[in-house]
Design a protein around this ligand. Structure first.
Ligand code: DAH
Length: 338
């Protein structure tokens, strides 16, 4: 029996030391000290030994029990400490880690240019106006003196929504919408999206224009040129020159194409301006009397100028972007450069 007690002690201590977690340790405790445990078994067996042996073996069994209990206590403390250390580690915040900065966004380049152009006009006293992108043929064409069979209707390559309704092909229809609402004098600037069936490196089915309209007594072509020169200097720098090229629009007479000296070579000729030294940025002219007639304006006493420019094109020229689609693909690697 003595041998048996020594075996139990040896095995129990080895198992206690090997217990990897609290559950394991408790199983070991039950196995040796529990009600049906190995040691309890032995103690029960004491009833069958001789009276002389009983106290000696009893003492020994109690000692073994104490040794095992003490070792379990010790192991318990170690395991509990380990568990709590692990929990602290997984729960704790590392305050020394660098923080994650929120990524700041900014206005799209085309929005920046739009704001810039609109600001220049408002500084000159123009008011901002807007109109619908889904427009009637009346406002988009008829009221602008574009007759039903006029080639300008075709050259615009219009998206038709349903009979009589189109996606506006330019911001010019807002001229009429404004004039219908207020008597002269008017000075409005109109930024907005326009649509044409067109697709290549410099044309997108949706693009942005800005329109300006000034109607008053004695408005002249010189006023128009002065405004455009002011605008060009502000947008592209003091050395920029402006040139009018005779042109035709049904809603202006006379009409002109607006050129600025090349933003890349300054006018000496390069690839961007195709060696001409000039870049086209829009169209303009003196408001056609027929347009005033549609607006019910007194065209004997009032004159006006109008102009329309491509905002995406201005952004492209200013930042030397050679493909308009980059603006609308929304690749942040492109957008965040501006
Ligand atoms: N609406 C014309 C276009 O989109 C541009 C234009 C030309 C606007 C002459 C005007 C203007 O106001 O007077 O091609």
């Amino acid at each position: 029996m003595k041998q048996k007690l020594e075996d139990i002690q040896r095995m129990a201590l080895a198992e206690i030391d090997a217990a990897g977690d609290l559950k394991n340790l408790d199983d070991t405790r039950v196995k040796y000290l529990g009600r049906k445990g190995a040691l309890t078994d032995i103690l029960r067996g004491l009833a069958h030994v001789t009276p002389e042996e009983r106290p000696v073996l009893g003492q020994l069994a109690n000692d073994v029990k104490d040794i095992i209990s003490t070792r379990i206590e010790a192991r318990l403390r170690v395991l509990e400490e380990q568990a709590s250390a692990q929990k602290t580690q997984s729960d704790s915040l590392d305050l020394s880690l660098p923080g994650r900065r929120p990524r700041k966004g900014h206005l799209h380049l085309v929005s920046q240019i739009t704001e810039e152009v609109v600001d220049i006009f408002t500084e000159l006293g123009f008011q901002v106006a807007s109109g619908p992108e889904i427009e009637t043929e009346y406002y988009n064409f008829d009221s602008l003196n574009i007759s039903p069979d006029h080639p300008a209707r075709d050259s615009h390559d219009t998206f038709h929504v349903r009979p009589g309704i189109v996606l506006r092909t330019h911001t010019s229809p807002v001229q009429m919408r404004v004039m219908e609402k207020m008597p002269p004098p008017v000075a409005v600037v109109v930024p907005g999206k326009v649509y044409r069936v067109d697709y290549d490196a410099s044309h997108s089915p949706m693009f942005n224009q800005v329109e300006a309209l000034l109607v008053d007594k004695q408005v002249s072509f010189a006023d128009l040129k002065g405004t455009l020169l002011f605008l060009a200097h502000r947008l592209f720098g003091k050395n920029t020159k402006v040139r009018f090229r005779p042109s035709f629009f049904p809603f202006t007479e006379p009409s002109a194409e607006i050129d600025i000296s090349c933003t890349v070579c300054g006018g000496s000729g390069c690839r961007v301006c195709k060696n001409s030294g000039w870049l086209e940025i829009g169209g303009c002219g003196m408001v056609h009397p027929e347009v005033f007639r549609y607006a019910k304006y007194d065209y004997e006493n009032f004159t006006g100028y109008a102009l329309g420019m491509g905002l995406d094109r201005i952004a492209m020229l200013k930042h030397r972007v050679n493909n308009i689609h980059l603006f609308f693909e929304n690749d942040v690697r492109f957008l965040e450069q501006f």
